[in-house]
Design a binder for this molecule. Structure first.
Ligand SMILES: C[C@H](O)[C@H](O)[C@@H](O)C(=O)CO
Ligand SMILES: [Mn+2]
Length: 423
């Protein structure tokens, strides 16, 4: 299924002319696209398992469904799978790591005692790939989180343990930033909440605000580490009340000058996050996105080129927010080849950004300013059938990435040669 170079070049030349007729400079769009990093989440590769081997359940209202063979069992396997995925994705990207992926050399190191040295393997790998890294304290799959409560826990000692974990993780994030020369976004997500009718909604939120303040008390150079906080509407087992709700973290991020993490699956099913960016960024300096695809609920399906993914990319580009939005992925599907899941999701996100960069934005803005909503709607609809596929193929070809669906054969070969040998 390889595409002849000549055909890609010819189709691209014609496509460029079509876009130029609308005032779009395709080369400029592609050179901007090449500078947008997407943060690939490590947890797609092993169903959010991590390598602590403590035998803890995932918990925290998170659920990964499917039993496709070949999931990574070690950090080396996960890195090899990431290498394969990255070889099929155009551009230079980032890795988003969870604390539970520490490499402690078989020694039991509890989460409050983690250090940058436990992530040296990841730092070396990222450096050799010229990638930046992002980080997440892990507030689940741990005996001290077995009741689903962490930073807002009623028990002070448990709260302190998780505060200390957060402090350790910020230091690790700063070490990533220093080693890799690009700030690490360290994102805090906690599961704390209640299954059913909740009488005291205030107390846990006050405890959470205090715990976060204690965790963030030491300032860190923003060139090394940026703190983000991620809210949620509900989880399995926290259907009635989530302490860290959207409003809670919006207020927290605004008042403490933190990044707000906006996850596509964390709102009411009819609510879209594309509309939240311009509101949040009117007041906040930067946000982190967790791009996901919820199907009926926060199901974390693999990202596809849906209307909402296009909407998110359009808002980022139209609002000139590319330098203020950190784009991360957050999905986990164990029902398909996990490497393919990364490739499909990341390529879809990049494609959405490409389409947004190819918009004839000046013409669209002019129609809107003149009140000519008919032309605005007509042009937006017509753009859908422009030859963007030819531009995408050329982008992949120019980055020496398989063109079109040719990458699937690569993943199948990796599955036969590597994944299928894992028990
Ligand atoms: C594994 C991640 O921390 C997790 O997906 C979190 O970001 C989230 O979205 C929880 O629903
Ligand atoms: Mn998320």
């Amino acid at each position: 299924m390889t595409v002849a170079t000549k055909n890609v070049d010819q189709a691209f030349a014609l496509a460029k002319e079509r876009y130029a007729e609308l005032g779009v400079d395709v080369d400029k769009a592609l050179s901007r696209l090449a500078r947008i990093p997407i943060s690939l989440h490590c947890w797609q590769g092993d169903d959010v398992g991590g390598f602590e081997n403590a035998g803890e359940e995932l918990g925290a209202g998170l659920a990964v469904t499917g039993n496709y063979p070949g999931k990574a069992r070690t950090a080396d396997e996960l890195r090899s799978d990431l290498d394969k995925a990255l070889s099929l994705i155009p551009g230079t990207h980032r890795l988003n790591l969870h604390a539970s992926y520490a490499e402690t050399g078989g020694k039991a190191v509890d989460r409050d005692a983690l250090e940058p040295a436990h992530f040296q393997g990841w730092i070396d790998w990222a450096k050799s790939n010229r990638m930046g890294m992002d980080f997440n304290p892990t507030y689940f799959s741990h005996p001290k989180a077995s009741d689903g409560w962490t930073l807002a826990h009623p028990d002070k000692a448990i709260r302190q343990f998780w505060i200390d974990h957060g402090i350790a993780c910020r230091k690790i994030g700063a070490a990533f930033g220093k080693a890799l020369g690009t700030p690490c976004v360290t994102n805090v997500w906690i599961p704390d909440g209640m299954k059913d009718l909740t009488v005291d909604r205030k107390g846990p939120r006050e405890r959470l605000a205090q715990a976060l303040d204690a965790m963030f008390v030491d300032p860190i150079d923003p060139k090394l580490n940026l703190d983000a906080v991620e809210g949620k509407l509900f989880g399995l087992g926290s259907e009635n009340y989530v302490v860290g709700s959207h409003e809670f973290y919006l207020g927290y991020a605004l008042s403490r000058k933190k990044l707000l993490c906006i996850d596509a699956g964390h709102y009411h099913p009819t609510e879209v996050i594309s509309d939240k960016l311009s509101s949040a960024l009117t007041f906040l300096d930067e946000v982190l996105m967790h791009v996901s695809r919820g199907v009926r609920w926060d199901s974390d399906h693999v990202v596809l080129l849906t209307d909402e993914i296009e909407g998110i990319a359009q808002e980022i580009v139209r609002g000139d927010y590319l330098d203020r939005v950190h784009i991360g992925l957050d999905f986990f599907d164990a029902s398909i080849n996990r490497v393919a899941a990364w490739v499909i999701g990341t390529r879809s996100m990049i494609k959405a950004l490409m389409l947004a960069l190819l918009e004839p934005i000046d013409a669209l803005r002019k129609f809107e300013a003149e009140g000519d909503y008919t032309s605005r709607l007509a042009l937006l609809e017509d753009l859908k059938s422009l030859p963007s596929g030819a531009v995408w193929d050329k982008y992949c070809q120019s980055r020496e990435i398989p063109v079109g669906p040719a990458w699937i054969a690569d993943v199948k070969k990796y599955e036969a040669d590597v994944l299928s040998k894992r028990s």
